[in-house]
Design a protein around this ligand. Structure first.
Ligand code: AHR
Length: 616
C-alpha cells in the first residue's frame, strides 16, 4: 500500500459520513428500543371498530368467572376502545367463588417482559367501575405462578365512577425475562381498563430508551440518525403509513397504527418527538423521512398533494419552531422548549419510480426551501451515474445484494459527477444466502464497500447500514446489525464492521494506492486526531482464504510511524455467525503494539478478515 502522507493529496471526510438508519421494522422500536413493556396498551390493535383485537392480552379465569369484551367507552377521543371486564365470581362465601389467585387479564408484553430483581417499574393505567374496586397489579412469571412484584389498588365506587388515572411503582423481588403484567381481582363487578403502560424507571436519560440497545447505537458514534423508515414511512397503503401528527402529544392520547408493510401494530409511544429526542441523546443529526403522498399501492396526485406538503412543513416546525409557534409549542409542552437541530429531510422512500414522485417532490422542495433554505433535501432518485432532472442536495441510494457484488460496488461512486448532489447511501447490506442471518462473509462484503465509500467521500456524504435492529421473535427482515430479545442482545459481524469506521467521520482521507494485482484485498487510509494527538489509520479487508502481507510505504513524510493499535475481525469459517449462545464469536480483537525504529510497516491480513492499524 503506497500511502501519501503529504498535505497535497489529503482531503477532508464529511463530518456526517457514518450514521444510523433506524426503522420501525422487526419490532426495532415497539418491543425493542422503546422500553414500554405493554403491547397493545390501549386495546386498539384491531382498529377503531369493536370487537377490537386485544392480542396479546389474555384472560385469567374461565367463562363462569369472568367475561371480557371491548367497547368504545374510552375517555380518549382518538382511541375510543376500552376493555370491559365483568367479574362474575366473588370472594369466599359466594356461591360462585373466584379462584384463589383471582380472575382478570394479563399482558405478556413483547414475547415476555424483562423484569429484574431490585429494579423499579412505573405502571400507569386508566380505570373505571360501577362499584368499589379491589385490584392486584402484579408482575408474574409467564404462567402467573410466581409473583415478582405486586400492589393492591382499592377504591370506592365514587372514586372510579369516571375514568381515573392510576400510577404506581412496582419493585421486583425476582428476575424473569419472560414475565407478564396482570390485573386480578376476587371482587364481583364491572371494571373498564384503558391505556396501560409499564416502563422501567432506568431508561436512558429517563427518555424511555432501553439502555443496552441505545448503548449499541452510541458505540457506533453515529453522526446522523435517519428515521422512522423505510417502507414504514410509505405503508403498503397510505391509510397505514406513519403520519407524524398521530404520534405526538400525551402517549395515552395517541391512536397507534398498524404498520402494514412489516405487519405489526405500534402504539406509537416512539413517535415524532421521541425520534428527535433519540437523535439528540446519541449525538446524531436528525434526518427525517416523511411520506410524500405515496405508498406502495396508492398515491396522491400532484395537484392534490398540498395537505401532505403542509404536514411536512408542520413537522419541521414541530422540530425547529420556537416555543411560541403553533407546532413548536406542542414540542415545548412535551418537555423540549429548545428547538431540535433538524437540517436534513428526505422526501419519501424508494419512490422515484412512482408516476407522481417528481411532481410531488418539486412541491415539497419548493415549499421547504422557501421557508427553510438551510435544510438539505434528499431525493429518492439515483444520481450515481447520471445527473438528476430535479434539484436536490442529496440523492438516496439503497443496495442489498450478494457479498461478491457489494465487494465490486465499492467502485460505484468512482465516476459519479462531482458537481451534482451528494450521495446518501442510507441503506446497504449483503443479504440472501450470502448473509444467512448475519455472517462474516456479509460483513466483509460490506467492509469492502465502505472502504470504497470512504475513498469517494468527496461525493458520498452520508452512509448507514439497514436494518439496524431485529427482535429475534419477529424477524421480518434478515440480516440485521443488532439482534435482541427482551433481555439479551448481540451484534452481528455487520455491526462490528461499522465500528471500524467510527473515527472516519470528520477525519482526513489520505491518498493510498494498492500496488500489485490482488483482487482479494481492498484498503484505505485516513488520519485523525484524538486527545490532541495525530494518528494514521489503515484499514484493509482480505476476502481470500490465505493470509496476505500488506507492506505499507509512507511517502512524502519525514515522520517515523509507530504502530499503536491493531484491530482484527475474523473467524475460522467465513459463514460463521454470532448467536445468543455465542454472542462474541466474531468481534474485533484489539491489541496494543509498539514497533522499534527498525521495524518495517509490514502487516499480516489474516484469511477472511477486516483489519485496522492505527499508527502514531
Ligand atoms: O431496510 C429494509 C427495507 O428495505 C426498507 O424499509 C426499505 O427502504 C428497503 O426496501
Amino acid at each position: 500500500l503506497q500511502l501519501d502522507a503529504s498535505n497535497v493529496t489529503r482531503r477532508p471526510i464529511p463530518d456526517t459520513l457514518f450514521g444510523i438508519f433506524f426503522e420501525e421494522i422487526n419490532h426495532a422500536g415497539a418491543g425493542g428500543l422503546w422500553a414500554e413493556l405493554v403491547s397493545n396498551r390501549g386495546f386498539e390493535a384491531g382498529g377503531q371498530n369493536i370487537p377490537s383485537n386485544i392480542w396479546p392480552w389474555s384472560i385469567i379465569g374461565d367463562e363462569s368467572s369472568v367475561y371480557v369484551v371491548t367497547d368504545r367507552s374510552s375517555c380518549f377521543e382518538r382511541n375510543k376502545i376500552a376493555l370491559k371486564m365483568e367479574v362474575l365470581c366473588d370472594s369466599i362465601g359466594s356461591s360462585n367463588t373466584c379462584p384463589s389467585g383471582g380472575v382478570g387479564v394479563y399482558n405478556p408484553g413483547y414475547w415476555g417482559m424483562n423484569i429484574e430483581e431490585g429494579k423499579k417499574y412505573n405502571v400507569v393505567f386508566f380505570v373505571r367501575s360501577t362499584g368499589d374496586i379491589d385490584l392486584s397489579v402484579s408482575f408474574t412469571s409467564s404462567n402467573g405462578s410466581l409473583t415478582l412484584a405486586s400492589e393492591n389498588i382499592k377504591a370506592l365506587a365514587s372514586e372510579v365512577s369516571n375514568w381515573t388515572r392510576r400510577e404506581l411503582i412496582l419493585e421486583a423481588n425476582g428476575t424473569d425475562n419472560g414475565a407478564r403484567l396482570q390485573f386480578t381481582t376476587t371482587k364481583k363487578g364491572l371494571i373498564w381498563f384503558d391505556q396501560v403502560s409499564a416502563i422501567p424507571m432506568d431508561t436512558y436519560k429517563g427518555h424511555g430508551f432501553r439502555n443496552d440497545l441505545i448503548q449499541m447505537m452510541i458505540d457506533l458514534k453515529p453522526r446522523f440518525l435517519r428515521f422512522p423508515g423505510g417502507c414504514f414511512v410509505e405503508g403498503d397503503w397510505l391509510g397505514n403509513a406513519f403520519r407524524w401528527k398521530e404520534t405526538v402529544g400525551a402517549w395515552e392520547e395517541r391512536p397507534g397504527h398498524y404498520g402494514d408493510v412489516w405487519k405489526y401494530w405500534t402504539d406509537d409511544g416512539l413517535g415524532h418527538f421521541e425520534f428527535f429526542q433519540l437523535a439528540e441523546d446519541i449525538g446524531a443529526a436528525p434526518v427525517w423521512v416523511f411520506n410524500n403522498g405515496i405508498s406502495h399501492n396508492d398515491q396522491v396526485e400532484t395537484q392534490n398533494v398540498m395537505p401532505f406538503v403542509q404536514e411536512a412543513l408542520d413537522g419541521i416546525e414541530f422540530a425547529r419552531g420556537d416555543a411560541n409557534s403553533t407546532w413548536g409549542s406542542v414540542r415545548a409542552a412535551m418537555g423540549h422548549p429548545e428547538p431540535f437541530e433538524l437540517k436534513y429531510v428526505a422526501v419519501g422512500n424508494e419512490d422515484c419510480g412512482m408516476p407522481y414522485y417528481r411532481g410531488n417532490y418539486l412541491e415539497f422542495y419548493d415549499a421547504i426551501k422557501k421557508t427553510y433554505p438551510d435544510i438539505k433535501i434528499i431525493s429518492n432518485c439515483d444520481a450515481s451515474s447520471q445527473p438528476l432532472d430535479h434539484p436536490a442536495d442529496y440523492f438516496d441510494y439503497h443496495i442489498y445484494t450478494l457479498a461478491s457484488d457489494l465487494y465490486v460496488r465499492s467502485h460505484d461512486f468512482d465516476n459519479t459527477p462531482r458537481n451534482g448532489p451528494k450521495a446518501f447511501v442510507s441503506e446497504y447490506a449483503v443479504n440472501k444466502t450470502d448473509a444467512n442471518t448475519g455472517n462474516l462473509l456479509a460483513a466483509l462484503g460490506e467492509a469492502a464497500f465502505l472502504l470504497g465509500l470512504e475513498k469517494n467521500s468527496d461525493v458520498v456524504g452520508m452512509v448507514s447500514y439497514a436494518p439496524l435492529f431485529v427482535n429475534t421473535n419477529d424477524r421480518r427482515w434478515i440480516p440485521d446489525a443488532i439482534v435482541f430479545n427482551s433481555s439479551h442482545l448481540y451484534g452481528t459481524p455487520s455491526y462490528w464492521v461499522q465500528q471500524f469506521f467510527t473515527e472516519s467521520s470528520g477525519a482526513t482521507l489520505l491518498n493510498s494506492t494498492l500496488m500489485g494485482n490482488s483482487s482479494i484485498v481492498k484498503a484505505s487510509a485516513i488520519s485523525f486526531q484524538t486527545n490532541g494527538k495525530d494518528y494514521i489509520q489503515i484499514k484493509a479487508v482480505n476476502i481470500g482464504e490465505k493470509s496476505i502481507y500488506l507492506d505499507v510505504a509512507v511517502t512524502r513524510s519525514i515522520a517515523k510511524f509507530y504502530l499503536f493499535k491493531k484491530k482484527v475481525l475474523t473467524s475460522t469459517n467465513v459463514m460463521d455467525e454470532n448467536s445468543f449462545s455465542n454472542p462474541e464469536m466474531i468481534v474485533p480483537q484489539e491489541s496494543l503494539m509498539e514497533m522499534t525504529e527498525e521495524d518495517d510497516l509490514m502487516f499480516v491480513l489474516p484469511p477472511h478478515s477486516l483489519s485496522s492499524f492505527d499508527l502514531k
